[in-house]
Ligand binder design. Structure first.
Ligand code: SF4
Length: 372
């Protein structure tokens, strides 16, 4: 197909993409600086279809946010609260196990579990939480804890990250969701999340998880104070780690939601920037199998269009989302399986329900089988 490329600076990039040659840091910056969104989307779609054809994945999952109490006060965050805040909450173990079973009728395949950095919950408590979930829901994959939570558990317990990961894995953690990466630039992190892991520590934690046989996702929070170079640097550092470990399953660009954060003066991202981030991720991360258009952050409408701009996954049913709703997300907290199917089909794509590790799932309403 001969697509008109308006921005002549993209012509050498097009040649590389067509020949399957890896893009450089400078190519990434050129892509971000270009306004030729349709050309960038076309190139990303080329790669997406080369890797996945028309197939578009989704899953039937439930989020669990066990506490919003957090010792960090990241300026980017509307979710974390001080323990003394009367609006904060922390579930008991019984409440976590009970919540896990609520809000869904179609059998779910994954629990996505993340929370704040609670000063009093011990690693034993989290191990018990995982074991209790596995006992009650043995078939459901436990995708749990950001790299930031893992780092905090290690600091709190005065043990290594490796030991934390081993203990969580042995208690039932199957993989990690890959949050807390934000943007790796130290200049940016000092302003938006100065109490968090450094970028290098985030990457090292992911490396250790992968070495222990735990897959993870990876993310980038964009649309705050980062610049184009910061974004490309972030992608290139993820790509370098992936060359070593092959442990990342999917990349999720996360649009910053400023409402109720200390950065509420920053305008929300635009659809143009959202689609560009999806597309550039697909082009730069040539070794990460999947790119996800997370509908909670993008809105289902933009996420659907993203399926033609490089994304091959639209995320899942979610059931109950708190983190981005605290930051002003106005979309529904959940989408039914049928609605995900409709969005994918109306984008001209072929829906495939997957488990967390992208194995196809065959189901009835109340049961499922993972096709290995
Ligand atoms: S972003 Fe995470 S670590 Fe930072 S305040 Fe919010 S919940 Fe805590």
């Amino acid at each position: 197909m001969n697509v008109h490329i308006e921005d002549r600076r993209l012509l050498p990039i097009r040649e590389k993409v067509e020949a399957g040659v890896r893009l450089s840091y400078d190519d990434g910056v050129a892509l971000y600086r270009s306004g030729d969104l349709l050309a960038i989307g076309y190139l990303a779609n080329l790669v997406r279809e080369r890797m996945h054809g028309d197939v578009t994945y989704f899953n039937v999952n439930r989020h669990i946010n066990h506490t919003d109490v957090c010792v960090a006060s990241c300026r980017l965050c509307a979710f974390g609260k001080q323990k003394r805040d009367p609006n904060s909450y922390t579930m008991t173990l019984e409440q976590v196990w009970e919540t896990a079973g609520k809000g869904w009728s179609e059998a779910i395949t994954e629990f996505h579990i993340v929370g704040g950095l609670h000063p009093e919950l011990s690693l034993d408590w989290f191990c018990q939480m995982l074991r209790g979930l596995k006992e009650r829901y043995p078939q459901i994959h436990l995708k749990a804890f950001t790299m930031v939570e893992i780092g905090y558990f290690a600091r709190r317990e005065k043990i290594s990250v490796r030991e934390v990961l081993e203990r969580l894995r042995d208690s039932g953690m199957d993989s990690l969701p890959g949050g807390g990466a934000e943007v790796f630039s130290e200049r940016v992190r000092r302003i938006i999340c100065d109490h968090k892991l450094t970028g290098d520590e985030w990457l090292e934690t992911a490396r250790t998880a992968h070495e222990l046989g735990l897959n993870s996702n990876c993310t980038m929070l964009y649309g705050h104070i980062e610049n184009e170079e910061d974004r490309v640097d972030h992608l290139v550092r993820l790509r370098a780690l992936q060359d070593d470990t092959h442990g990342f399953v999917t990349f999720i660009p996360l649009a910053f939601h400023p409402d109720n954060t200390a950065l509420s003066h920053i305008p929300k991202t635009t659809g143009f920037d959202d689609l560009k981030n999806i597309a550039i991720a697909r082009l730069m991360l040539d070794n990460v199998p999947h790119i996800k258009a997370y509908w909670v952050m993008l809105t289902p409408k933009i996420a659907q269009i993203a399926l033609r701009f490089g994304a091959n996954d639209i995320d899942g049913t979610v059931v109950e989302e708190k983190i981005y709703h605290d930051a002003g997300s106005t979309v529904s907290q959940s989408l039914r399986r049928g609605e995900l199917l409709r969005l994918i089909r109306l984008a001209g794509r072929t829906p495939v329900e997957r488990d967390t590790l992208y194995r196809p799932v065959q189901r009835t309403e109340t049961a499922f089988t993972v096709l290995v």
